[in-house]
Ligand binder design. Structure first.
Ligand code: GLN
Length: 284
């Protein structure tokens, strides 16, 4: 009999049990808890075929998040598609740091560069209801995904299609965050595992992986309000280079934070008040 328990058991020959449960839960539109409680339930032919197809695609390497069209981030479900990077748990660190630096009642102007699924920007807009959040991405398709994620949670934010700061004019922000592409273009990881299926423009950035980080850090002072902060996610071995770039851009209070694996993953700094004034030509 093709019961829930039997098909999950059979799928375990090809996939980890947790992935098989996610895929079957998606087909049946039920939770993992429901599956456990309904092991005797018999699947109809359509569901059986749909599940078999997902198991085969997963076994062929497609990411589970793309197969089910969603991934959890910061306790909320986000729609994802192959047009956007799949949200990573380590990126929650960037959100934690942003939240620790902006008061809940503050009307901070926040910019998320390269928003992708919108997971960072939508989370910040929901956690900081007083903030004015702007999310930019170069990809119109990614922005459509981000917009749907905002709508789904009735998050209020502004979306702008832009190549990093290009479309923002002279606008400035109290907080700029980004999880930009930071993998070296020739890194063999790009051709392996789930990364093969993700948008390369969201992952790879020049020969040393630092092209986007360089551009964002160099452009940030012109778009930070006096005293404003910039926080960036970067690669496991890029902390020294990013620290140097932050100093070279004139930022102070440069700080670096480790993720749960103990890897320095997020770096940032603040635009000093004097620097902001001179850079804008408002001081002698
Ligand atoms: N942390 C991701 C990975 O290594 C990369 C994300 C990114 O480039 N922003 O899989």
């Amino acid at each position: 009999m093709n019961t829930v328990a039997a098909v999950l058991e059979a799928a375990r020959r090809k996939l980890p049990a947790s992935e098989a449960r996610l895929l079957l839960g998606h087909v049946l539109d039920q939770s993992a808890a429901w599956l456990l409680a309904h092991g005797e339930q018999v699947l109809d032919e359509d569901d059986l075929l749909a599940f078999a197809s997902l198991v085969a695609r997963r076994a062929g390497g497609e990411p589970v998040a793309y197969l089910v069209g969603r991934r959890e981030f910061f306790g909320r479900d986000f729609e994802v598609s192959p047009a956007v990077l799949i949200p990573r748990p380590e990126t929650e660190l960037l959100v934690d740091i942003a939240l620790a630096n902006v008061g809940a009642g503050e009307t901070a102007r926040i910019l998320d560069l390269g928003t992708g699924s919108g997971c960072i920007a939508v989370t910040l807009a929901l956690e900081l209801p007083q903030a004015q959040v702007t999310a930019i991405d170069a990809s119109a398709i990614a922005l459509a995904v981000a917009r749907r994620n905002a709508d789904r949670y009735s998050a209020r934010l502004r979306f702008v299609q832009s190549d990093w700061f290009d479309a923002l004019g002279e606008e400035s922000f109290d907080l700029i965050v980004a999880n930009p592409p930071y993998i070296a273009a020739a890194d063999p990881h790009l051709a392996a595992g789930d990364l093969r299926h993700e948008p390369v423009t969201a992952l790879a950035s020049g020969t040393d992986g630092l092209d986007a980080l360089r551009r964002i850090i160099a452009g940030a002072p012109a778009h930070l309000a006096p005293g404003g902060q910039l926080w960036l996610e970067h690669g496991y071995d890029q902390a020294p280079a990013v620290q140097e770039l932050l100093f070279a851009a004139g930022l102070t209070e440069v700080k670096q934070h480790s993720d749960l694996a103990g890897i320095i993953r997020v770096s940032g700094g603040r635009l000093p008040l004097e620097f902001a004034l001179t850079a804008r030509g408002k001081a002698p």
